[in-house]
Design a protein around this ligand. Sequence first.
Ligand code: AKG
Length: 236
Amino acid sequence: MHHDTIEAIAEEFWQQGFVALPNFFESQVMQQLHSIILEHFSDSPQYLHDADFIEKSKAEVIPWFPQSDGITQFDKIEQNSQLKSLTEEILGADWKTQQCMVMLSKPQSKGQAWHQDCPPEDQQSFNLNRLVYTMDVNDEVGGHVVIKPKSHLSGEITTGELFEDFEDQVVLAPKAGTLVLIHGHCWHRVKPVNNQSRVSTNFRAIPKGIPEGITDICVYRNMRYQFSTSTMLVER
Ligand SMILES: O=C(O)CCC(=O)C(=O)O
């Protein structure tokens, strides 16, 4: 990828708060990773989050950290030179990658309500979602990614309906091989999932000097939730 292209993508990201790049990864690599994911979840996955959290956040997602299970095949995404260059252009030098997290949504699950991945009060303090899709998200599967453009500049997400349709929202149906970058302060949600499981994998990254636990507190329209203590810090 030419440096001008990388610069243009980073500029779009900073204007919109997100960017979607179809065919970023080879389909063979996506198929390999997807098989590993399906194999891992093959025996009836349980929800690992606290039941109250799932009820209140509507985040019916089962997380899995393959790299901490010693599975090395995901490293090649992390080491992809184009992904690294693009991340550096967006975050600046000495950014850090975090353990990748596979997220499984079971058939007939609710997806994820509108949220910001971390508190937005300090504009310099944010995470970058680098979402990789190993399967197609489409009308049959459901689970489209919905984003409110430019909302990374709007401060705290407003209170209100958890799955509200905003007039200016953008609905993405990423195909296998797509990379979607979302600023952690940008308001986003996942639509309900239909009759099959839906999978995405997040290779989160953080700028230099930002603490590893930046995404420990997530901001929803109805609460601020802390994952490490399973606590609702603020009810809204
Ligand atoms: O799974 C997706 O497509 C989006 C995930 C998401 O909302 C997040 O990682 O905060």
